[in-house]
Design a protein around this ligand. Structure first.
Ligand SMILES: [Zn+2]
Length: 253
């Protein structure tokens, strides 16, 4: 396959196309093209990465996602964690959001997947990952009002939710500010389970805002004089809020 592709490229070069144009022509059908990856910032063959991950709303209209150029390897690097992330936010979200229900069905299908555990009468690992992480915690409304202890789900140990939140925020930052976050930047990423009042005050000052169906909404901005620094609040299924901040490292200021 690779040999054939090389041959095509050299034929195209012979016909007067450059190597990059050749790659673009061959790859057009798969939406592959030559470009700069929004995740690593390097040039190469890129395809469309859905932001946020499509697994959050598998039946939603494809057109509402941002499609950003990424190497297939950079795009796929977190796919296992993206599906665990989906399991977590769906489980932690309120009822009545259609996209959450669609994603929930996918999650259940995943739980019923054939496996050794199922044959011996148990559900698979993904189920236990959620089950083991059910906890009682202090509950707050989105406005920050204390509602007493509630049963919640905390992210599992083997879910790298911070990287998933960061990847989505990198996508928002690239789409809205045109900036790729350098590797050496300080990144803060976490879910917000409390302290809503303080964050709500910050959120009012953020000028970029958007909504995709009922499954994803965001609010953010970049720093005035430093477009690669910024902050993003993301809300999943109108229930779970994550926050990511990018900042130029102190030594470079
Ligand atoms: Zn890349």
């Amino acid at each position: 396959m690779i040999v054939k592709r090389k041959c095509w490229v050299s034929n195209l070069q012979f016909l007067g196309f450059s190597c990059k144009e050749g790659v673009n022509l061959i790859a057009r059908g798969k939406n592959k093209r030559w470009g700069i990856c929004y995740l690593c910032g390097k040039e190469g063959i890129v395809t469309d990465d859905h932001v946020p991950p499509q697994c959050l709303a598998p039946l939603a209209d494809d057109a509402i996602f941002y499609k950003l150029p990424a190497h297939e390897s950079c795009n796929n690097a977190l796919s296992v964690h993206e599906s665990r992330f989906r399991d977590f936010v769906v489980s932690a979200s309120k009822d009545g959001v259609r996209e959450a229900e669609n994603a929930f069905e996918n999650m259940q299908r995943n739980f019923r997947r054939r496996g050794n555990e199922e044959q011996s009468g148990f559900l698979n690992r993904d189920f236990f990952r959620l089950y083991e992480n059910i906890e009682q915690r202090e509950g707050y409304t989105p406005g920050g009002i204390y509602v007493g202890p509630v049963v919640g789900i905390k992210p599992a140990q083997d879910l790298d939710y911070k990287s998933v939140l960061t990847k989505i925020a990198r996508g928002l930052h690239y789409h809205h500010n045109g900036a790729i976050i350098p590797d050496n930047y300080d990144v803060y990423a976490d879910f917000l389970f409390s302290d809503f009042e303080r964050h709500a005050t910050h959120m009012q000052h953020l000028n970029i805002t958007g909504q995709m169906g009922d499954f994803f909404a965001f609010r953010g901005t970049s720093a005035k004089d430093e477009p690669k620094s910024g902050i993003w609040y993301m809300c999943f299924y109108r229930s779970v809020i994550g926050m990511v901040g990018f900042r130029q490292p102190k030594e470079l200021e």
